[in-house]
Design a protein around this ligand. Structure first.
Ligand code: CDP
Length: 217
């Protein structure tokens, strides 16, 4: 496919730091950035708003999705994450969002983060990264992201619940039939348990630049 710039796929499980990395990569390489999780979160949100169980057919919400739906401030809750995972398991919902994602990268290339970017949306991406960390590390990151100001005992309980929720969502995302989350054959896996955001960026940039030189001269 002819594109106006490189496509960089950043996939991985929940709260692994894909968003932070993808945003910084896009900045460093001067490419547009798309958080594809927001598409599914917005569809999940619309299903909940309509009083619908997100496991029920939700493609009409995906087909009518607007930029304003994706800019809502109430998409980052655990409830919406779970709803997103449920609508994301529906092939008709995924099909309705494929073109939006491909079109986004058509003009100038892009960095996209998600679950299936390197496997289903852009199997020919120039650079494929898979960012991961243990469930405990990811739960801690999400906890800190969400404010994290509570008593020590409450924090322990909340962390446990978050880890459980992340595990359940990963399991659902990895075991669905339609574009399950998995590591693409040619993806570069970065385990981030012992790396801070800056070190992950450095490693990702090193790999991306090496790849981009090979593929684009
Ligand atoms: O931020 P976090 O990693 O927790 O989740 P997200 O990237 O916002 O994605 C929310 C949910 O959308 C995931 O659990 C997936 O079920 C779904 N998703 C997907 O199926 N494919 C994508 N490319 C992105 C997200």
């Amino acid at each position: 496919m002819m594109r106006g710039g490189p496509v960089i796929a950043v996939d991985g499980p929940a709260a692994a730091g894909k968003g932070t990395l993808a945003r910084k990569l896009a900045e460093a390489l001067e490419l547009p950035y798309l958080d594809t999780g927001l598409l599914y979160r917005a569809v999940g949100r619309l299903a909940l708003d309509a009083g619908q169980d997100p496991a029920q057919p939700a493609q009409r919400f995906a087909q009518a999705l607007t930029p304003a739906d994706m800019q809502r401030k109430d998409l980052r809750t655990p409830e919406v994450a779970l709803a997103a995972s449920k609508v994301a398991a529906q092939p008709a919902v995924r099909a309705a969002l494929v073109e939006t994602q491909r079109r986004f990268a058509a003009e100038r290339g892009a960095v996209l983060d998600g679950r299936d970017i390197g496997t289903a949306i852009f199997p020919d991406a120039d650079v494929k990264l898979f960012i991961t960390a243990s469930p405990a590390t990811r739960a801690l990151r999400r906890f800190l992201q969400s404010g994290g100001n509570t008593s020590a005992a409450d924090a322990q309980a909340q962390l446990g619940q978050m880890e459980e929720a992340l595990r359940a969502r990963d399991e659902a995302d990895a075991s669905r039939d339609s574009a399950p989350m998995c590591v693409a054959d040619d993806a570069y896996v970065i385990e981030t348990d012992t790396l801070d955001a800056q070190a992950v960026l450095a490693e990702a940039l090193r790999f991306a630049r090496e790849r981009l030189v090979t593929t684009h001269g």
